[in-house]
Design a protein around this ligand. Structure first.
Ligand SMILES: NC(=O)C1=CN([C@@H]2O[C@H](COP(=O)(O)OP(=O)(O)OC[C@H]3O[C@@H](n4cnc5c(N)ncnc54)[C@H](OP(=O)(O)O)[C@@H]3O)[C@@H](O)[C@H]2O)C=CC1
Ligand SMILES: O=C(CO)[C@H](O)[C@H](O)COP(=O)(O)O
Length: 627
């Protein structure tokens, strides 16, 4: 990858000498920042006055422009004092991931002595003290001790900078492999690790590297020590391994080899509560931990996923250039990757993303079953779904259309697939989180339990004999009715999912930005859709989409169709739990006087749990002796 190596340090530390030698060794252009000072800066310094921030600003911007221009052609070396963090920010603006820092450090006495022996420089040595006064030690720079010989310094820099990787990927399964290729395609120098298991997992990283030309510059490992040592510090290591205990095992394997301030990123579907525990644990060891949702599946991870990182903002900034570069881009070209919030908030929203995903999938399964009952064959169903893409475009609609077209020989593949839906836990956790937070995510629970029902295949077959249906009703529906029912349920699904996020944000004080979350879900992820694009704007005005005029209009428009589709489906023994739950929920959430009075009376009857009265708004509790 092309890079700009900034050789930095106070005046007299040897930047120009080392920069030139390094440029010769690497055969790349060399630029001395001092040559780019405007006239008035040179005059000021020559007259013994120190430069202030205003004097430096234009000069730093000139060097930043130079770096960006050079990067279009080649790597280069720029030497410049860059004493403050803000100066380094200006120098590396828009090229953060390509800027590498080498800090030549020595003591005041050592450098003062050197400067006094120089006669050809316009910087009087008296100004050295002012430079030490403002020096903010760069945390991310390669620190080089200037007492080494210039040859040794150059050798060390070359070894540490050019032969090491910027980013490590641990776990070369489905997602890990795609992310590695994505990183490499974007010009990052990466190290890849997969464990070695005798006779089962051997040379995984090596074989993977050999398979793809874009990985020619990547380093492959099956030894953890060598993998960790191949990385530049602070190390950035992304884990793409199975969620659960595996993450803890891997952390323990890595820990002995890590140094303070290294960063571990967990990109798996980990439980957000475990992420918080791991964050605290690693913090106590001086290691940063970022929990991030990644969505897009195998293809998304390769071409650009949606990425949802959380943890320390400061640590995020250090991995942002990598994650934002490899992520999908929204319609305005912005990365579908944003700092979500503290703790495990990134993995919380990924979990809810999956909950919404479960419902979107379930709805498509239900509507295609209804369309099939209307007499359509799989390719007709595909055509019908294809016809919906203007009104209800989404990635899941697109792949479901393709699924209904797929044939194996003369037969439709979809009809040959066993009707038992699996799951890996995120729908389960979303339902648990909803229950814990007291949020009625009824569609997510319904989609989850539908998968569980599907799993009882043998019992379904057995019970079918006992309750064989006699279809007495004609399915009097149009495909447009089904489309409108589907659109209605999708709005309720998104209402419930974002409501859950909003409640968690309040409870855990995450201060999440719903519009920004919707934005990073407009591309790269599994639930990307035109509805999600609309929600980006909607959430700029309200956290509750059912209060937004446009969404209210949609719901009112589609409601008659949903009622018709659900009732006719039930009359025809077609199971539509998610569609049904959508209308139940809307009726429930818009009912002024619900049936909960009866529940309260029952609770008071058997358990003296008390109740409040409509004719007393003081909040007083009443108990009745019901017998
Ligand atoms: N697949 C998908 O569409 C998506 C998956 N995710 C999440 O990403 C994570 C990875 O998923 P995916 O790539 O599909 O999973 P895979 O099963 O394809 O890969 C799992 C990886 O973890 C490694 N691993 C397992 N156990 C250990 C262990 N004890 N020590 C070291 N390495 C281990 C495996 O190594 P080995 O090959 O040696 O077994 C393999 O490299 C999961 O959390 C998943 O939920 C997130 C979004 C989408
Ligand atoms: O995170 C994902 C997609 O966003 C993974 O594919 C996940 O495995 C999907 O969940 P499940 O396996 O439970 O259907």
């Amino acid at each position: 990858m092309k890079k700009v190596i900034f050789v930095i340090g106070v005046s007299g530390c040897g930047k120009s000498t080392i920069g030139k030698l390094l440029a010769q060794e690497l055969d790349i252009p060399f630029f001395d920042g001092d040559d780019f000072h405007p006239e008035h800066n040179v005059t000021k310094m020559s007259s013994g006055q120190a430069l202030n921030d205003d004097d430096r600003q234009g000069w730093l911007e000139t060097l930043n422009d130079l770096a960006k221009k050079q990067l279009k052609e080649n790597s280069c070396i720029i030497v410049c004092s860059a004493l403050k963090e803000t100066y380094r920010d200006t120098l590396s603006r828009d090229i953060e991931s390509k800027a590498k820092w080498v800090h030549l450090s020595g003591s005041f006495e050592q450098i003062f002595k050197r400067m006094n022996s120089r006669s050809d420089h316009f910087m009087p040595s008296e100004l050295l003290k002012s430079q030490f006064d403002i020096l903010e030690h760069p945390k991310d720079a390669l620190q080089i001790d200037i007492s080494l010989t210039p040859e040794n310094i150059v050798k060390t820099i070359k070894n540490k900078l050019m032969n090491t990787s910027e980013f490590g990927l641990f776990g070369l399964g489905v997602m890990g492999k795609s992310l590695c290729r994505n990183l490499a395609n974007n010009g990052f120098k990466i190290s890849m690790f997969n464990r070695h298991v005798d006779g089962v997992e051997e040379h995984v990283a090596k074989n993977f590297k050999a398979e793809y030309p874009e990985l020619s510059e990547a380093s492959d490992f099956d030894d953890i020590f060598a993998f960790v040592n191949s990385l530049q510090q602070p190390r950035r290591i992304m884990l793409m391994v199975n969620a659960g205990k595996t993450i803890d095992y891997v952390i323990e394997d890595l820990l002995p080899h890590l140094s303070e301030n290294d960063i571990i990123i967990d990109g798996g579907n980990s439980n957000y509560k475990k992420t918080k525990e791991r964050y605290d644990y690693l913090k106590s060891k001086g290691i940063h931990f970022i929990g991030t949702g990644v969505s897009g599946g195998e293809e998304g991870a390769l071409k650009g996923p949606s990425i949802m990182p959380s943890g320390d903002k400061e640590a995020y900034e250090k991995v942002a250039p990598f994650l934002e570069t490899i992520s999908a881009k929204d319609k305005n070209g912005l990365p579908c990757c944003t700092y979500v919030g503290t703790e495990g908030s990134g993995q919380f929203i990924k979990m809810v993303h999956n909950g919404i995903e479960y419902v979107e999938m379930q709805l498509l399964a239900e509507v295609s079953t209804i369309i099939e009952a209307l007499g359509q064959k799989p390719d007709d169903i595909a055509n019908t779904l294809d016809g919906w893409k203007n009104a209800a475009s989404s990635y899941l609609l697109e792949i479901t259309t393709a699924i209904f077209r797929k044939k194996e020989g003369d037969e439709w593949l979809v009809k040959k697939i066993l009707d038992k839906a699996g799951n890996k836990g995120t729908g389960n956790w979303t339902t648990i989180a909803s229950a814990e937070l007291g949020v009625p995510s009824t569609l997510i629970a319904s989609a989850l339990f539908s998968r569980y029902v599907s799993f009882y295949k043998d019992e379904r077959i057995q019970l079918n004999k006992n309750f064989e249906s006699v279809n007495s009703s004609e399915l009097n529906l149009t495909t447009n009715d089904v489309l409108e029912a589907y659109q209605f349920a999708r709005i309720i699904n998104h209402y419930q999912g974002f409501k859950l996020i909003a409640e968690a944000s309040n409870k855990y004080q995450w201060n999440l930005n719903l519009s920004e979350i919707a934005r990073i879900w407009t591309n790269g992820c599994i639930i990307r859709s035109t509805l999600m694009e609309e929600l980006v704007e909607v959430f700029k005005h309200t956290d509750n989409i059912l209060t937004h005029p446009q969404l209210i209009a949609y719901v009112k428009q589609y409601m008659p169709a949903l009622k018709k589709v659900v009732s006719q489906s039930i009359l025809n023994d077609i199971s539509t739990p998610a569609l049904g739950e959508a209308i139940h929920f809307l009726i429930g959430i818009t009912t002024k006087y619900a049936s909960a009075n009866v529940i309260q009376a029952q609770r008071d009857f058997f358990g003296a749990h008390t109740y409040q009265r409509l004719d007393d708004d003081s909040g007083k509790s009443y108990h009745t002796n019901w017998n």
